[in-house]
Design a protein. Structure first.
Length: 83
């Protein structure tokens, strides 16, 4: 008699697992989408130079805004000198 209740409990656990399967089924699709982004990583590559430029700006802002303004002026002057 005891084996049967264990079987019923195991089926109950399966039922609970089945009820959570739809959410689990969604997660693999999300992870599959996350695994696919070979294209987005390629898109991230061109943004790397921008990312390299951006981190200096917050650092300049933390140090002083004058320094970032000076750098911008220097870049503008250098561009004018080239032309």
């Amino acid at each position: 008699m005891t084996p049967r209740p264990e079987r019923y409990e195991s089926t109950d656990q399966h039922d609970r697992a089945d009820s959570s399967d739809p959410t689990l089924a969604q997660d693999p699709t999300d992870s599959a989408e996350a695994a696919e982004p070979t294209d987005p990583t390629e898109r991230n590559e061109p943004t790397e130079p921008i990312e390299r430029v951006e981190p200096t700006e917050p650092m300049d802002r933390n140090e002083s805004r004058d320094q970032s303004e000076r750098r911008e002026e220097e870049l503008e002057e250098a561009a004018m000198d080239r032309s």
